[in-house]
Design a protein around this ligand. Structure first.
Ligand code: FAD
Length: 326
């Protein structure tokens, strides 16, 4: 193969362009947007989580039902290889307290700039504002541009058109029917990192006081998934890194059952016996809130959650309190 077209200038397309170019292929990248990597740049606003430093086994488990398919590829380009690739662009990385890996300045723009520069230097050509609209009768790729239709062909084609979220950044999923029309079997596009609504929602009090606040150092159990970390309450449910890590499993369960129930451990460092003993400890004249705070460190959003979940009388019964805490 001496020439290739990559459609989509997000990170997937840019990486494909880099690999092809390194193999001596002349690469032309096309994208509908005026500039490359717009969603990638947005990801930079949240600090740009590049990968995770956890042991490989835990990392591979994140891919859920796709693990078998993806694991071999991960082994040939593992999280450490990704970090080295980023370092090769002149961007330092660090491991955050959660084990996640970020660029030192927590921004995507310098990385993207360096990457595009390196690609251009290697001879990759970019054609922005070219919207892929399908194939001509003789198999050329068709692009809509402000000057009318442009057609292009090459020895190889990579479609790296992204998913269907944040369409204003370019990935609108409009390519799905184009491939279906050519007889390509398509799996439905599904959200991969998502927050969830709570059945019945939070109480008005909880939502107004605690939306946006973190549940820190908690653990979630859902089927084979068991992990410690943190997430935040939203006005209607939950989101954040620990929820995202479980989101593919939760999503699949909701698709099947209409609902998913996860177990939340508010005190993952404590055994059930310890929580029970502390909750049952005589509290004298102290309020329940100050008792739970001093004996178990339960306060703020964690305490509020207990009030959300338990009828008032049960809060005073150590066994029921411990059962809903751990
Ligand atoms: C708010 C937010 C925060 C995120 N944070 C992180 C994070 O911290 N870490 C992380 O790893 N990921 C993060 N992501 C996810 C990450 O941005 C995506 O996984 C990544 O951009 C996907 O790359 P891609 O190349 O597959 O698709 P995209 O980045 O979506 O690129 C697809 C490209 O194809 C182009 N395109 C689509 N259709 C056509 C067409 N018909 N013709 C021509 N061009 C077309 C689009 O314009 C786009 O440039 C975040 C995403 C969001 C929205």
């Amino acid at each position: 193969m001496s020439s290739a077209i990559v459609v989509g200038a997000g990170p997937a397309g840019l990486m494909a362009a880099e690999m092809l170019s390194a193999a001596g292929v002349q690469v032309d990248v096309y994208d509908a947007m005026p500039s490359a990597g717009r969603k990638f740049l947005l990801a930079g606003r949240g600090g740009l989580n590049l990968t995770h430093s956890e042991p490989f086994e835990a990392f591979a488990a994140r891919y859920g039902s796709r693990r078998a398919e993806i694991e071999a590829r991960l082994k040939s380009f593992d999280p450490q290889a990704l970090r080295e690739w980023v370092h090769g662009l002149g961007i330092a990385t660090f491991v955050g307290t959660s084990g996640r890996v970020f660029p030192a300045d927590m921004k995507a723009a310098p990385l993207l700039r360096a990457w595009l520069h390196r690609l251009r230097e290697a001879g990759v050509r970019f054609h922005m504002r070219h919207r892929f609209t399908g194939w001509s009768a003789d198999g050329a790729l068709r692009f809509a541009t402000q000057y009318g239709e442009v057609q292009a062909r090459a020895d190889g084609v990579v479609l790296a058109l992204g998913g269907a979220s944040w369409s204003r950044l370019g990935s609108d999923g409009a390519w799905v029917p184009l491939l279906q029309a050519r007889g390509v079997a398509m799996a439905p596009l599904l959200p991969s990192n998502c927050g969830f609504d709570l059945r019945g929602g939070w109480s008005g009090y909880f939502a107004s006081r605690f939306a946006g606040q973190p549940f820190k150092s908690v653990a979630i159990r859902f089927g084979p998934f068991h992990r410690q970390g943190e997430f935040v309450a939203t006005a209607t449910g939950v989101e954040g890194s620990l929820i995202y890590a479980a989101s593919a499993l939760l999503r699949d369960e909701i698709a099947l059952q209409g609902i998913a129930t996860l177990e939340l451990d508010l005190l993952p460092a404590c055994s059930m016996q310890h929580v029970l003993a502390q909750a049952a400890h005589p509290r004298g004249s102290r309020s329940l809130a100050s008792h739970l705070k001093s004996r178990l460190g339960l306060a703020g959003i964690k305490l509020a959650l207990l009030h959300e979940l338990l009828p008032k009388p049960d809060l005073h019964e150590p066994a029921k309190l411990a059962a809903v805490t751990v």
